[in-house]
Ligand binder design. Sequence first.
Ligand SMILES: Nc1ncnc2c1ncn2[C@@H]1O[C@H](COP(=O)(O)OP(=O)(O)OP(=O)(O)O)[C@@H](O)[C@H]1O
Ligand SMILES: [Mg+2]
Length: 492
Amino acid sequence: MTDILRTHALTRTFGGLVALRDIDLAVREGTIHAVIGPNGSGKTTLFNVISGVYRPTAGRVEFLGRDTGGLPPETLADRGLGRTFQNSRLFTSMTVLESVLVVLYRRGFALRVGASARRRAHEILDFVGLSDEANAACASLPQGKRRLLEIAKVLALDPKLVLLDEPHGGLNHAETARLIATIRSMHGKGLTVLLIEHEMDVVMQLADEITVLNFGQQLAHGEPADIQHNEAVVEAYLGSAGEAAIAPPQPAATAEERLLDVRGLTVRFGDIEAVRGIDLHVAPGEIVSVLGNNGAGKSTTLKAISRLLPAGGEVSFAGTDLRQKRTEHLVGLGMALVPERRRLFGAMSVLDNLRVGAYGRPAAEIQEVMEEVLDLFPSLRRLSGLLAASLSGGEQQMLAIGRALMSRPRLLMLDEPSLGLAPMLVDQVFAKLADINSRGTAVLLVEQNARMALAASHRAYVLASGRVVAEGDARKLAEDESVKNAYLGIAA
Ligand SMILES: Nc1ncnc2c1ncn2[C@@H]1O[C@H](COP(=O)(O)OP(=O)(O)OP(=O)(O)O)[C@@H](O)[C@H]1O
Ligand SMILES: [Mg+2]
């Protein structure tokens, strides 16, 4: 079997930071090859250099036996190298069908033969399972379908090699199964796939070979079974992941009192009622999770509570009516949010982003909390002078969580804290939540990973179509077969 892609001593630096050092990667034609490694280990940078987004600082890339010698992404795409990005880049004003057609047209496919372009676009949508959504607006697609659309757009390039950067981020159980099936059938059609993925279940189900990066260098390479038990990989990346390392929280102080009290919450987007009368509360000292499929209304609920969206109903925090408050008042009241899209200040340094989180606090206290946050996420210490915009996906997630912790909130609200984090770090973040909770901070958590969230929570609410369909003790919900099957996608 020949190698479709090779890198030779590939190196890329950013200022003093060596993001990749001497990488020799060989991807055999017709295989699914996974690249894994801690946050900031250079995975996305590797994709950027291979696909021509960045030039190598040293070394070279060979695709289909030819040196790519600094060719731009469009030229490489014409030669058969397609890729998706870690953060979705969709034209939100278009329909699903249109956004695939755009790619076909750009390839010069068919300004002449419009009908055949449409036929091809429908074929591709059918292949990834988006036929029913062909005429839907991209903006209205839930996360899982956006991922599939990204893949559809790459397939429209008719590629030989596809680079997928964390395609599974933010997907629920059913969507993950669909994604895996789609990648398998791409493979079945002879495509070679190079895949970055943190979810080891997914990697193990798909990969023929795995390359592990750590601090920009190759830590290991081999077959999945070997990598899973490789001591260096376990130590640097996997931790005890998958072995239920999450400790259940200590019992909450009291369930009677209400720190956060939400009654009859409603949110409309035009004609669509995304949240239809939700009652929810968090007692002081509680960890409460909000679960449910994509599109169930979880993030919308959190945004409405945080006044990021106009909403009907009543929301109060520690006795204060929040309806008259703006988002920026909430920190002063003791609420902090880690929002869905992180909302970092990209043009500010890591340290300054953290300082913003503690705005208005005494200097001595800021220093103390800063040390705590930097101890929790040691990589942020290393990156403290960098602009937030240049951080890797997982590093940005750490910064967003760190910034929220900086205000020492009474209630910490998090939207998908595990998204984009390496397995070991997910364990650490959940351990940290239990830790700050034991010191008195209440937590309201939105999570796709229901199993993990239930293990880490006192109570939970399950949403479907904008309503609460189940609620109660987290342990009991975790054992409730009907809830698990219908709403959480957790196999028994
Ligand atoms: N344009 C840039 N300028 C400065 N530093 C950068 C730039 N791009 C990436 N880096 C740094 O290079 C390192 C590698 O980043 P990269 O995005 O490749 O990591 P990753 O392995 O994809 O991580 P993650 O799993 O978190 O997505 C990080 O420390 C990051 O901060
Ligand atoms: Mg990345």
